[in-house]
Design a protein around this ligand. Structure first.
Ligand SMILES: [Zn+2]
Length: 292
């Protein structure tokens, strides 16, 4: 064991020294080498470093040579019983086991880091966190009966004149809602329970076909889609999911005047050839992206 220790030690010395060489090489000729003959002094420094490295390398070689092969593999607790395994193809289990220990260690490390990073992210979309004391029963907004969902959406449709809503359920439970807003735009809302998961916005002249995720070919509707995603997160509320959808729809409905209302701040219809694509969350007033 002592020999192994000294071998590891000389390996460490060698690595440190090689590190120094690269550091010095990377730094190039420095001020302390002086203005005149700086290059000579630099070369001399490198040479010295290389000589020491050679010495360390020789040390390492000699200590490694004096090491003897361990008579039996190092044991990890009960795993030594694996040696008694008779079947030929199971004898390699030991090294695999060591590898999986290392792997689990790494998973543990990464897991800890990921947990720290995720914990710092306050944008929580679920109530899974243990620290939350106002915890509601899970699934309050994921598991809702389709009839309830339909009645919420029908009520919303009734309260807006120029909004038509069409609900489909191609994948059994979760609904996909097609919305047409006057002659201005079309949108597809993909729901999970009564929580909006995704929004795609397109122009009135465009179709969705099979790909509900494909973006509009008009830049203005792509911009509007970006804003709907902010709104989706803004209005999201796991405690009052019905209300969240209603607020979102009221907000979306304000795009009926996308091309016919001037910006509330600069008073213009167009800025950088865009209409006011942003809508204030509270008063639903139109703003250019640059004016909000
Ligand atoms: Zn403006």
């Amino acid at each position: 064991m002592d020999q192994l220790h000294s071998a590891l030690n000389s390996l460490k010395l060698l690595r440190t020294n090689v590190g120094q060489i690269f550091e010095s090489l990377g730094g190039g000729i420095r001020i302390e080498h002086g203005e005149e003959h700086g290059d000579n002094k630099f070369l001399h420094e490198l040479q010295e470093l290389l000589t020491t490295t050679n010495g360390y390398l020789r040390d390492l070689e000699s200590t490694v040579n004096s090491l003897s092969t361990p008579p039996a593999p190092l044991t990890l607790g009960n795993t030594s019983f694996l040696v008694q395994e008779l079947s030929q193809d199971r004898q390699a289990l030991y090294s695999q086991l060591v590898n999986s220990y290392k792997w689990i260690d790494k998973v543990h490390d990464y897991g800890t880091i990921a947990a720290t990073v995720l914990h710092a992210n306050s944008l929580k979309r679920s109530y899974n966190s243990n620290s939350n004391k106002r915890r509601r029963p899970l699934g309050s907004c994921h598991n809702i009966p389709p009839s309830h969902f339909d009645s919420v959406l029908t009520n919303i449709e009734r309260s807006f004149n120029d909004m038509t809503i069409n609900i489909t359920r191609p994948h059994a439970t979760n609904a996909i809602v097609h919305i047409t807003l006057g002659h201005v735009l079309k949108a597809v809302l993909i729901f999970k329970g009564i929580m909006i998961e995704w929004v795609t916005v397109k122009g009135y002249d465009e179709t969705f076909d099979d790909d509900l995720w494909a973006e509009s070919r008009h830049q203005v509707f792509r911009k509007v889609q970006d804003h709907t995603h902010s709104a989706m997160l803004h209005f999201y509320s796991p405690t009052l999911p019905d209300l969240a959808v209603k607020f979102f729809m009221a907000w979306l409905n304000s795009y009926l005047k996308l091309f016919s209302e001037p910006c509330k701040k600069c008073g213009n219809y167009l800025l950088n050839s865009y209409p006011p694509t942003w809508r204030d969350f509270r008063l639903l007033e139109p703003f250019h992206e640059e004016c909000k």
